[in-house]
Design a protein around this ligand. Structure first.
Ligand SMILES: NC(=O)N[C@@H](CC(=O)O)C(=O)O
Ligand SMILES: [Zn+2]
Ligand SMILES: [Zn+2]
Length: 349
């Protein structure tokens, strides 16, 4: 069977995105708006987006960074702390200002110091979220110094997430940016209310990309990429059409100077190439027919939102596209994710 040279899908959404603030926000927001109708906006600013009022003003800054009259819809999240007030969460969700709340275990990732040390401390908030049907988004890694970094996701599922799930079986949970076969298996073991986002980078690279031939800081993100068997489990989940798996780019911009450092930041900027990377991957897997489920249908279904009415056409060209160019942003340069295979698909007809 010949592969088509163009496909049209409903416009995608990004269910996990870092837009930052200030100059960086102004530099990157347009790349998301160009390809995605909506995005779940991560709250790990400095200081974090803790209250509904913080999210409301952050949303205004996001829209202010885009052309007037943009149809892009930023879906806002709250950063949970042990002091989060369940009443504010209820009110923010009821008013439509907030779509979900994010659990960062303290110290697990970029700007997570104000996160949660003891998950039981947020049980009153989780109870409120379960009552109102508000999704809990989870950075699923333990931070104990004696747990190997490659095991942090699997141990989190076993020690923390399974307990949360048992205590709050009706709570909607998204295990964000899964990186392991254990993450896939956990989601599949839950017959309702649990889903996962998967990033384009965890679908296309394994830990060798980060560590072979010299240390490669542009492939460093959290959770770190794992061995190839885990990547293959993610590819199977993402391309299968299973409604519990959908796209979250986790595009996380940092200037090259902050990544190419003795203590480099975690995070990969990928949003401008995400759709090309995914179309290429799904084609290689013989699963192009499931691309729309992963990027545009499964996410809204889980969140209980309508699918987008607009469409996106992706076209396969004869020549590989050049993605080597760096972006000049916010007083520095930024490297775009390179999946290490040629990309022939582009957005547009
Ligand atoms: N993914 C990352 O490596 N970094 C993210 C934080 C996160 O999503 O954990 C960031 O904000 O830079
Ligand atoms: Zn995270
Ligand atoms: Zn993230």
């Amino acid at each position: 069977m010949n592969t088509p040279t163009s496909i049209t899908i409903r416009t995608p959404d990004d269910w996990h995105l870092h837009l930052r603030d200030g100059e960086m926000l102004k530099a990157v927001a347009g790349y998301t708006e160009a390809h995605f109708a909506r995005a779940i906006i991560m709250p790990n600013l400095v200081p974090p987006v803790i209250k509904t009022e913080d999210a409301v003003s952050y949303r205004e800054r996001i829209l202010g960074a885009l052309p007037e009259g943009t149809s892009f819809n930023p879906l806002m999240t709250l950063y949970l702390t042990e002091q989060t007030d369940p009443a504010d969460v209820r009110q923010g969700f009821a008013s439509g200002a907030i779509t979900a709340a994010k659990l960062y275990p303290a110290g697990a990732t970029t700007n997570s110091d104000a996160g949660v040390k003891d998950v039981e401390a947020i049980f009153p908030v989780l109870q409120a979220m379960q009552d109102i049907g508000m999704p809990l988004l989870v950075h699923g890694e333990v931070v104990d110094a004696d747990i190997d970094i490659f095991d942090r996701e699997a141990v989190f599922i076993e020690l923390i997430l399974s307990g949360v799930r048992k205590t709050f079986p009706e709570l909607k949970i998204v295990l964000e940016h899964i990186t392991t076969a254990d993450g896939v298996a956990f989601v599949k073991s839950c017959d309702s209310n649990v889903a996962a986002t998967i990033t384009p980078h965890h679908l296309t690279i394994n830990r060798n990309a980060m560590l072979v031939g010299g240390i490669q800081p542009h492939y460093y993100c959290l959770p770190v990429a794992k061995r190839e068997t885990h990547r293959l489990a993610l590819v199977e989940a993402a391309t299968s059409g299973d409604p519990r798996f959908f796209l979250g780019t986790d595009s996380a911009p940092h200037l090259d100077g902050a990544k190419e450092s003795a203590c480099g930041c975690a995070g990969i900027f990928n949003v401008s190439v995400t759709m090309s990377v995914l179309a290429q991957l799904f084609e290689t897997e013989g699963k192009l027919e499931n691309l729309e489920r992963f990027t545009s249908l499964n996410g809204p279904a889980f969140y209980g939102l309508a699918v987008n009415e607009t469409t996106m056409t992706l076209t396969k060209g004869e020549q590989a596209i050049d993605i080597s160019e760096k972006l000049n942003v916010a007083g520095g340069q930024m490297t775009i994710f390179d999946p290490k295979f040629e990309l022939f698909w582009t957005v547009g007809s």
